[in-house]
Write a protein that binds this ligand. Structure first.
Ligand code: ADP
Ligand code: 5GP
Length: 209
């Protein structure tokens, strides 16, 4: 085996819809080119500005179920009445290219990925309050009243699962939440196992066994 090959880490981030996960993930992806987003498949319709293949792969229910039954997904779940799934290829990217992969998925998917990838770092992002979550969802302007009520009801079930995550961040002040998310990611990449390229040099210098 090539001693310099680096295996990427899986960073899983979950939050109730409207918390600010997409906003924070975009910032993280912009700053760290070695971190790539796992682009999920979904049967929900695209929102204004969303691009097929960049934000999601948008599928019909028939296409999604066909892929699911063919074993295309590392995990899948039904969220807010639509199907969502992580293509297995995203997990393969980890070892194949040495990239770190960011998974923006719901808590059901996170539980499945934790079993499949035990070394994954799981982050739960909280909104500062229910009222602020509702305000953000309304301000985003993407949901009907029905969609909003569904998201608020799901939020309570999702936060109830937060206790088995590795890290908690409250997205109150965006810059502070960003600093904390950044810190979690950077610290996760400092493990010796993720720095094989240093092993030869450090062994030569210090005689590491
Ligand atoms: P999610 O991906 O979790 O559904 P978004 O990233 O789409 O959430 O954010 C929902 C809305 O809240 C957006 O309009 C975004 O600009 C806004 N937002 C995100 N973080 C904050 C914050 N810390 N303070 C105020 N508004 C925020
Ligand atoms: P939205 O429709 O607001 O983009 O996403 C709704 C929820 O589905 C969010 O919690 C988001 O993280 C989750 N989600 C997005 N992609 C996936 C996926 O591939 N698998 C699972 N399980 N959830 C996903």
């Amino acid at each position: 085996m090539n001693a310099c090959r680096r295996t990427g880490i899986a960073v899983v981030i979950c939050a109730p819809s409207g918390t600010g996960k997409t906003t924070l993930c975009r910032r993280l992806l912009q700053e760290f080119p070695n971190l790539v987003l796992s682009v999920s498949c979904t049967t929900r319709p695209p929102r204004q500005g969303e691009v097929n293949g960049r934000d999601y792969e948008f599928l019909s229910s028939e296409e999604f179920l066909h892929k699911r039954d063919a074993g295309f997904f590392a995990e899948w779940a039904q969220v807010h009445g639509s199907f969502y799934g992580t293509p297995l290829a995203a997990a393969w990217t980890l070892s194949a290219e040495g990239k770190d992969v960011l998974f923006d998925i719901d808590v059901q998917g996170a539980a499945q990925l934790r079993r499949a990838l035990p070394a994954a770092r799981l982050i739960f992002l909280f909104p500062p309050s229910r009222a602020e979550l509702e305000r953000r969802l309304r301000a985003r302007g993407t949901e009907s009243e029905e969609g909003l009520a569904l998201r608020m009801a799901t939020a309570a079930r999702e936060t109830d699962q937060a206790r088995w995550f590795d890290f908690w961040i409250v997205n109150d002040d965006l810059d502070r939440a960003w600093q904390e998310l950044r810190a979690v990611y950077v610290a996760s990449t400092l493990s010796p196992a993720l720095r094989p390229q240093w092993q030869a040099a450090l062994s030569a210098e210090w005689g590491l066994s």
